[in-house]
Design a binder for this molecule. Sequence first.
Ligand SMILES: [Zn+2]
Length: 205
Amino acid sequence: MTDTPRRLIDWFIRFPGIGPKQAKRFVFFLASQNRAALRELSELLLRLTDEMVQCPSCFRFASRTHAGTCELCASSMRDDALLMILARDADLEAVERSRTYTGRYFVLGGLLSPLEKSPETRVKLRELVHHVDTAKSTIKEIIFALPANHEGDYTGISLRDSLEPLLSGSEITISVLGRGLSTGTEIEYSDSETLEHALRNRITR
Ligand SMILES: [Zn+2]
């Protein structure tokens, strides 16, 4: 195999949930496309970086509004007293789809793992501490909407350790989603009803 297919395979393996077999299948699929289709794809990819930017407030990827943030952060209809912390953009989309939450969001960009040496480069933990510190006077509840698995639990414990010094003496409570979510469940793949149930039955810890 020449260099280009191999480099493309290496690229696709970086996509969430894609293994070497699927990556190879993508490359064969692309090879079967005509030049016009591939040009359109490469133009779309380049345009994506101009149109979707990371919101400087909640760190989700979205189109920027004139306010410089995403439309959820710019909206005056959202409840400043609630801050939901999620691992990924796809989780936020799922919660929005459930139409049960009206507060603000913060997207970590991933989960923490006990084996990883410097997760700070990937996960926005420092940014979260700064965010909570600046919004401390308006936040009343911080909701951990993390997946019900080992990494989700570990991340929750680490977040709590990082946030607790900030919250001591404040009225802010921390809650976690009720385990309407079964163990191992990804937020992204939960149906709206399950999410709504988990959100309504969130537990203050
Ligand atoms: Zn935002």
